[in-house]
Design a protein around this ligand. Structure first.
Ligand SMILES: Cc1ncc(COP(=O)(O)O)c(C=O)c1O
Length: 426
């Protein structure tokens, strides 16, 4: 295989004719494959359901620490669930608030409350501010960006580095009092699988933002989601922030969406006791208590941290071959052509690919034509606009390996075709 960078125009034209033939034959197969969203596959869901739906054998199983979880009460959640998640996140049980079936809803709600009522240290609700700005490390999670966009905040892109967000840019940006917060996926980031370095975490925890109510949104969605190797220990951000006098600056989120069942798992939020006390007054108005039956189901099924990590190893055994299918195909088919680069993540749910600038949209349009649905181009950037038109998020978790093999073969052909079109000025 010759690098496209070294080909003459004539060679490129011959190559294009051959790739276009491959594309036509793929198209004629009428494929219907999906690598769009980070959903667990059927095998994972079956594995979890086997245990999760059989934990209630007797009426006593609904009682936890003297609390009948079938009834109203315990706004902060079952003590046993708070202990389990505190153990996972490395914080104190008193700092954990158990939510419903989605951490995204807790994140949205935190920001929504800041807008309508203000946070603990807000001089006024954010809806009374002239202008609110928000830091968005990118590539990042599209739904995060949408949340802050939906409230009318100005989204500021912060480039990602191998160690996490570009901290020089962050430290400069937070000098502006209109900058009220920042998204973070600190471990196995979506989509690049980047793990923030200890130094990045220290710099974030010790920031002195001009806004007194700055929100460091710490979405630890992939905190125990290793694909290979042992569990990677990770600093407790609540303690780090507290050490630098920023105890109330951070809100951490996690859920079992990719541990048990997405949309039917449990979520949690961890924050300083002062923050939780403040939010309690507001949450108390909107809900009497979250679904404790589901919390109890999860506590009985997951048991403790060690058992939970064992379950994650079983997930990894299903997921790792899927990720390898994707990265091996790219390494073999695309690397020699020098038209794209991609990540080899050690955890999380995505492979992030950077195609030749100006070709991501075209590549994904071609994929669609050939029956392969991928996350839309630009989705990983604020406002859905990738300035380079280069980043493509690949979600290998849902399709079985055989389907994935076909889908990635299509992607490879589309990458080649769009790169050649670009190089030939078509
Ligand atoms: C970084 C990140 N946070 C949150 C979520 C959604 O989590 P939940 O189902 O708990 O709302 C996802 C789902 O893909 C994600 O990638």
């Amino acid at each position: 295989m010759t690098s496209y960078r070294k080909m003459t125009r004539e060679e490129m034209q011959t190559e294009y004719a051959s790739v276009a033939r491959d594309f036509s034959s793929l198209k004629s197969r009428g494929l219907q494959l999906n690598m769009a969203r980070g959903k667990p596959g059927k095998e994972q869901l079956d594995m979890v359901s086997e245990g999760l739906f059989h934990v209630f054998a007797a009426p006593e199983d609904f009682v936890s620490g003297g609390v009948d979880c079938r009834n109203y009460g315990e706004l902060f959640g079952l003590a046993s669930a708070r202990r389990l998640f505190a153990d996972v996140l490395g914080c104190k049980p008193e700092q954990v608030f158990m939510g419903g079936n989605a951490s995204l809803q807790l994140m949205y709600d935190t920001i929504s409350k800041a807008v309508t009522h203000g946070m603990l240290h807000s001089p006024r609700p954010w809806c009374k501010e002239e202008h609110v700005k928000w830091l968005c490390p990118a590539p990042g999670y599209d739904r995060h960006f949408k949340v802050t966009e939906s409230f009318g905040f100005e989204l500021i892109t912060i480039p990602m580095t191998a160690d996490g967000p570009d901290m020089d840019k962050v430290e400069e940006a937070v000098k502006d009092p209109a900058v009220k917060g920042m998204w973070n996926v600190p471990k196995y980031s979506n989509p690049q699988g980047i793990v923030y370095s200890a130094e990045t975490i220290r710099r974030l925890a010790s920031m002195k933002p001009a806004a007194p109510d700055f929100l460091l949104m710490w979405d630890n969605a992939y905190c125990i989601h290793e694909l290979e190797g042992d569990f990677l220990p990770f600093p407790n951000i609540l303690a780090e922030c507290a050490e630098y006098g920023n105890a109330d600056m951070v809100f951490e989120y996690a859920s079992t969406s990719k541990i048990t069942l997405p949309g039917a798992g449990v979520s949690c939020m961890a924050a300083s006791e002062a923050n939780l006390e403040y939010l309690k007054k507001l949450i108390n108005v909107q809900i009497i208590s979250y679904d404790k039956v589901n919390q109890q189901r999860h506590v009985l099924y997951l048991r403790d941290r060690a058992h939970l990590l064992e379950l994650m190893r079983r997930h990894a055994a299903i997921l790792a071959p899927k990720f390898r299918t994707v990265t091996n195909a790219l390494d073999q088919e695309i690397a020699p052509l020098e038209i794209a680069s991609w990540t080899h993540p050690k955890g999380g749910y995505f492979v992030s690919l950077d195609a030749m600038p100006g070709t991501a949209k075209r590549t994904l349009a071609l994929c669609k034509e050939a029956g392969v649905t991928m996350t839309g181009a630009g989705a990983t950037f604020p406002y859905g606009v990738d300035p380079q038109d280069s980043n493509i998020r690949i979600a290998p978790s849902l399709p079985p390996v055989e389907e994935l093999r076909e889908a990635i073969a299509v992607l490879c052909v589309c990458l080649r075709m769009s790169a050649l079109e670009k190089l030939l000025g078509k």
